[in-house]
Ligand binder design. Structure first.
Ligand code: ARG
Length: 574
């Protein structure tokens, strides 16, 4: 694994182990669970075989070797086969704080991804179907990865691979032609479309001829029939307009809305290539790629009637993206229910001899269900994301009013807290886990929630407002005496956490796991609250006041930035 933390390379350059490269040592360095043990730890177990010595002895010898030469460490300790490194606290704090003071929100940014394009396929909603809670995770995970890639210098491309093709559009047209009403459609939007769509299915059970009619209408869309396309476009623009409002509230944008329909004219060349490569088997008239050898069911690409499928369009899309963006990686943020689909897709591309199949990554996630009975998914009833957001905002408003009656921007703050709480929740667990949503849980000000972190940030902001003109205050660099004012467990923990911010974002990207940053924000908020409770800041000793205020400023800056990365806004006051 490649390491991205410059501190690791720095430490590694002081560690000499015969037959082990600096890169390997750097990659072995880890962050100890408890900062009191040190800032970094090197497990020496891996060296035991090569050196034919016990790990504890190796650690001891390495320690002696390092201390025999000039080094930047405040302490090096050998404990149970680990070598623990501590940096000089005051120097460390000085570095971190001056860096944050200088760079502001840019702190933690890097150019490690320079020149690398990463395609992220996320949200990818279906046209004429509501934006339901099932698309929440894809949307917020993808958008968070997008911002994190950008922060680390990559060039991310956000793609909303719209589900805008398929026989359901024929059904919709039939339903609309029979029972639809233009006025009601304009007013009801996608909800109305869903209603008539559901009605189609109920009536088709009685009258199977409706299905034939639907097929015929879909054929007309495919053939470019004017009336069919007019309705298709109407349904599509209505849906996009509606989801656009949700995206806006979530602060999300896309670089491309090229969905399934976009690939209509791009599938044939790929199928031809597959045929030329002898990879296509014809089975009952359908074109498939046999994947038995890899323990998978066949990848169906063209049905006997000539119709293409979801997989066919994804195959064309993968090639199109490679051609268009020459990606370093191409991500698909899609629920784990589609694990097989992506395994098949990537395998087919591998079989075609495209080395870049290795750069295709399915980023799966678990299911979100609702605990609240009133919002449960009954048959035919979908949980709209918009409704969830509205209700969260409504509830947030109540809590906020209770806490601070005189808050001036109560409405705007409620929106930030309500929407933020839903997003934060969706990003606070390991993404593969199935999760249960509850309004009370996500809005608990004392839990590991958006409002907890937002409130902590607002507390830091209010402190800074009372501190005076910061620009003036930090004209001169902090002195060593001042920095000593940050000593003590709580202050050191904060500095150590702050110093890890950039690395934390990189780690989130390595694992495609935005929750790494969410957890970090929670840890930082908790550590700050401990600091705040134990330390006199504004009315502390004059000799240390400035350093402590700088620390609060750094915490605020990093909290706000961590929240921004996951897509949560930070009110100044709440
Ligand atoms: N529209 C699909 C769904 O809602 C997700 C599409 C994901 N992206 C892709 N390239 N297959 O299930």
């Amino acid at each position: 694994m490649q390491t991205t933390d410059p501190r690791k390379s720095e430490i590694a350059s002081y560690v000499n182990v015969d037959g082990v490269s600096r890169e390997e040592i750097a990659s072995l360095l880890m962050l100890p669970p408890d900062t009191s043990m040190g800032d970094y730890a090197l497990p020496c177990f891996r060296f035991a075989k090569t050196l034919r010595k016990a790990p504890a002895l190796i650690a001891e010898e390495l320690k002696k070797d390092i201390l025999s030469r000039p080094n930047p460490f405040a302490a090096v300790e050998a404990v149970n086969g680990y070598l623990n490194f501590k940096f000089d606290r005051a120097a460390e704090a000085g570095k971190v704080l001056s860096d944050v003071l200088k760079r502001g929100a840019e702190y933690g940014s890097s150019d490690e991804g320079a020149g690398k394009t990463v395609c992220i396929d996320y949200s990818s909603i279906n046209i004429a179907k509501p934006f339901h809670i099932g698309h929440l995770s894809s949307t917020v995970i993808g958008a968070a990865l997008y911002r994190m890639y950008r922060k680390r210098g990559y060039n991310p491309v956000g793609i909303n691979h719209l589900g805008d093709w398929g026989t359901q559009f024929g059904k919709l047209i039939v339903a609309y032609k029979r029972w639809g009403d233009e006025e009601k459609l304009k007013k009801g939007g996608v909800t109305y479309l869903t209603e008539i769509y559901v009605r189609f299915h109920t009536e088709a059970e009685e009258d199977p001829a409706l299905e034939d009619e639907a097929r015929a209408w879909f054929k007309r869309i495919e053939d470019g029939d004017k009336e069919a396309l007019r309705l298709y476009d109407l349904f599509k623009s209505l849906t996009l307009e509606e989801v656009g409002k949700v995206y806006k509230r979530l602060g999300i944008e896309f670089d491309s809305y090229n969905g399934e329909a976009f690939y209509n004219d791009k599938m044939a060349p790929v199928i031809e290539r597959l045929e030329a490569l002898n990879l296509i088997t014809v089975s009952d008239g359908a074109k498939i790629v046999d994947l038995k050898e890899w323990g998978m069911s066949p990848c169906l690409l063209v049905k006997a009637d000539g119709a293409t499928l979801y997989a066919t369009r994804d195959l064309a899309a993968a090639f199109y993206r490679k051609r268009t963006y020459d990606f370093y990686k191409s991500l698909y943020v899609v629920a784990y229910q589609q694990n097989l689909h992506f395994k098949q897709l990537f395998k087919v591309i591998e079989l075609m001899g495209e080395e870049w199949y290795r750069d295709l990554v399915h980023v799966p996630f678990g299911m979100v269900s609702l605990e609240d009975g009133t919002m449960s998914t009954r048959k035919g009833k979908v949980v709209w994301l918009k409704d969830v957001l509205d209700k969260a905002v409504e509830k947030a408003a109540l809590v906020i009013r209770e806490k601070n009656e005189n808050l001036v921007n109560a409405e705007a703050v409620s929106e930030m807290v309500g929407v933020g709480s839903v997003v934060f929740f969706a990003l606070s667990n390991n993404r593969i886990k199935d999760i249960t949503f509850s309004y009370d849980k996500v809005l608990n000000f004392d839990g590991e929630t958006a409002p907890y972190v937002q409130y902590t940030n607002a507390r830091a902001v209010s402190l800074l407002k009372k501190a005076g003109d910061l620009g003036e205050m930090f004209k001169e660099p902090l002195t060593e005496t001042e920095l000593k004012g940050l000593e003590g467990k709580e202050g050191e923990e904060l500095v150590s956490l702050l110093s890890r911010f950039g690395q934390t974002v990189s780690e989130a990207l390595e694992k495609y796991e935005p929750s790494v940053v969410t957890r970090y924000a929670i840890e930082l908020a908790k550590a700050f609250n401990r600091y705040y409770l134990t330390t006199r800041i504004l009315n502390g000793e004059p000799s240390v006041r400035r350093a402590r205020i700088a620390l609060v400023y750094a915490v605020h800056t990093v909290l706000e930035e961590a929240l921004r990365l996951i897509g949560v806004k930070a009110p100044e006051e709440m």
